[in-house]
Design a protein around this ligand. Structure first.
Ligand code: HEC
Ligand code: HEC
Ligand code: HEC
Ligand code: HEC
Ligand code: HEC
Ligand code: HEC
Length: 423
């Protein structure tokens, strides 16, 4: 029994040590906020903002450094459209001062993420002001984000729980020991610091440990919890293909076409604003340029081969055509209905909110998890902007008709729209 107490003491010490290290990691993590903010800023904001200059949106350094109401800033960054819809005076002023261009909505950013971005922008702006010549010097070292905050919280939680369990068990064992000793009418021994000196002692100790039911139980419980947690996480991540980046048959680059050349997404994904599917462009769209651009490139010759086009004679021979098989990246299961126009045209959500910085991708990858949780979270957070939307005007009209007891047909509810019945 006393040995068990000793073991627990040692175990508690180890746990304390681990907790200490974890706490050190935690503070180091807290200091890394700026780096994390920089990473998010680079991924989500640099398409439209620079810290020190106006780009699409205003220079963020002066704007964020002079803004003292961080709560407002957070609201703005997460969902500026909701603020504008709610006629928030400050938001309206920013919106009107910038010719009502409109900024994307970032409902996926947590308050912590936004705080990191704000910290980064302020920090970077301070540095830029201090050393205006060293402009781009602080661009590096953003890649290492450290462990995710969920992992750290989980680790801390596990350590705390383990610690409490140890304390409770230790108490219980102490009491039991005393009871037992009293029963045997033995004097209560002082806990001598007897270290097991020989291997024989260790062996005996190990045997005792295995025989000790409580300890075995404790270990089994811990093991079960760990295994359970592992399988839980594994199961949740099954069929989630975030980051999926397959090799495509032609080395087509969005960075070049959509980023550098600034070809509008709609030029190729013509369905994105008017139908369910954004659609992948047919190679004829590529030919609008590539009939004359880069005609010598082997990658472009793949387009020619696919269309049965002969660049020498400039003639198409459809018998030689063999369509390109693009590898599909985003793919919801058939039982889930997702409609692009509902989100891009009606809700006004920018492609990048869901697909990430496509215009910087040499090779497209799946940026969002596309899980049900992802859809639901955005639906819970995003305020619908119903002002000036023909759809909602119609809804309000229908509501009024119902109120007045008038006849309402399915046609009035939009039942004649092609997309309601057709994929
Ligand atoms: C698609 C372009 C776009 C993206 C991406 C974008 N912004 Fe903006 N942002 C704008 C525009 C445009 C404005 C000016 C207001 C308006 O027209 O609605 C603005 C305004 C702002 C303002 C208010 C500035 C002021 O004068 O008070 C802040 C703060 C801001 N953006 C932060 C961010 C952050 C942080 C990100 C990244 C998470 C981001 N923006 C991403 C376009 C964008
Ligand atoms: C010049 C034509 C062109 C332009 C412009 C273009 N794309 Fe694409 N896009 C393609 C082609 C071709 C593919 C299929 C090959 C691939 O995945 O790279 C594709 C694939 C994609 C995919 C992945 C589709 C899948 O399989 O799940 C997304 C998402 C996407 N584009 C979004 C965008 C966005 C957002 C923009 C605007 C910033 C844009 N594209 C601009 C041609 C274009
Ligand atoms: C608006 C014109 C335009 C359209 C449309 C267009 N491209 Fe391009 N593309 C270019 C230009 C210009 C370049 C060459 C840039 C350079 O000089 O390196 C290029 C380069 C490329 C390259 C790199 C060739 C190499 O060897 O460097 C590939 C591959 C390519 N395009 C594929 C496509 C595909 C596939 C499509 C259709 C989905 C497409 N492009 C649509 C203008 C276009
Ligand atoms: C609200 C989130 C969201 C927005 C905004 C969004 N997409 Fe998508 N996109 C998706 C989802 C989800 C899929 C997968 C659809 C499926 O598998 O049925 C997808 C698939 C695609 C595909 C693959 C082909 C297809 O049609 O399924 C392309 C290309 C694409 N999106 C381009 C775009 C472009 C371009 C824009 C901006 C005009 C855009 N998306 C805006 C969520 C979004
Ligand atoms: C970035 C935020 C965002 C994400 C992510 C998102 N949605 Fe939406 N969704 C909206 C908004 C906003 C509307 C309301 C549009 C409107 O009518 O004004 C909407 C509307 C819808 C509607 C129409 C609901 C109705 O009452 O008619 C469907 C269906 C839908 N979304 C499905 C999905 C699915 C499926 C996914 C995930 C694959 C998804 N959405 C992801 C923002 C989002
Ligand atoms: C109320 C539901 C509904 C609406 C709304 C609707 N359709 Fe249809 N549509 C159907 C059904 C069901 C069929 C299949 C009929 C059949 O096979 O005999 C069909 C068949 C078709 C066909 C023939 C397809 C074929 O293979 O023969 C076309 C084309 C079509 N619809 C186009 C449209 C267009 C365009 C719109 C929008 C203006 C639209 N539909 C709106 C239900 C609808």
């Amino acid at each position: 029994m006393r040995n068990i107490s000793l073991i627990f003491k040692q175990f508690s010490r180890t746990v304390l040590l681990v907790a200490g290290f974890a706490a050190m990691g935690f503070t180091a993590h807290a200091q890394a906020d700026v780096a994390k903010g920089e990473a998010i800023f680079k991924a989500k904001c640099t398409a439209c903002h620079k810290v020190d200059q106006k780009l699409v949106g205003p220079a963020l350094g002066p704007a964020i450094s002079s803004e003292t109401d961080d709560k407002w800033l957070t609201k703005w960054i997460q969902n500026n459209q909701a603020l504008i819809a709610a006629k928030d005076p400050k938001a309206l002023k920013v919106y009107n001062d910038n010719n009502q261009q409109g900024m994307s909505v970032f409902t996926e950013l947590s308050d912590g993420d936004v705080a990191n971005i704000i910290a980064y922008v302020r920090d970077d702006y301070k540095k830029l002001q201090a050393a205006p010549a060293a402009g781009g010097a602080n661009g590096a070292a953003a890649a290492d984000n450290g462990p995710s905050s969920v992992m750290i919280y989980a680790l801390v939680a596990v350590i705390v729980i383990a610690f409490i369990v140890i304390l409770v068990l230790n108490r219980a064992i102490g009491t039991l020991e005393k009871l037992l000793l009293k029963k045997q009418a033995e004097p209560i021994e002082e806990e001598a610091e007897e270290e097991p000196t020989a291997t024989v002692d260790r062996l005996a100790l190990a045997k005792k440990l295995i025989k000790n039911k409580k300890l075995v139980f404790f270990v089994v419980v811990c093991g079960t919890i760990a295994l359970g947690a592992l399988s839980w996480v594994t199961m949740w991540n099954t069929n989630v293909h975030q980051g999926y980046q397959p090799e495509q048959p032609i080395k087509y680059s969005h960075e070049l076409h959509a980023g550098v050349m600034k070809i509008n997404c709609q030029y190729c994904h013509s369905g994105a604003y008017k139908s369910k599917n954004a659609s992948i462009p047919s190679l004829n769209i590529c030919m609008n340029c590539h009939k004359v651009v880069k005609t010598e490139s082997p990658e472009i010759h793949k387009i020619y081969d696919a269309l049965g086009y002969d660049p020498a004679t400039q003639k198409y021979d459809s018998t030689k055509a063999k369509p390109i098989q693009w590898v599909r990246i985003h793919n919801l299961p058939d039982f889930a209905y997702f409609n692009h126009s509902q989100h891009t045209k009606v809700a006004g959500i920018q492609c990048q909110v869901c697909h990430g910085p496509i215009q910087t991708m040499k090779q497209v990858y799946q940026y969002s998890p596309l899980t049900m949780k992802w859809c639901i979270q955005c639906h819970k957070r995003t305020e619908v902007n119903y002002k000036g939307s023909a759809y909602y005007d119609k809804m309000i009209e229908v509501h009024d008709r119902i109120k007045n007891g008038e006849k309402v047909t399915e046609a009035a509810l939009g039942g004649l729209e092609c997309g309601k019945c057709h994929y």
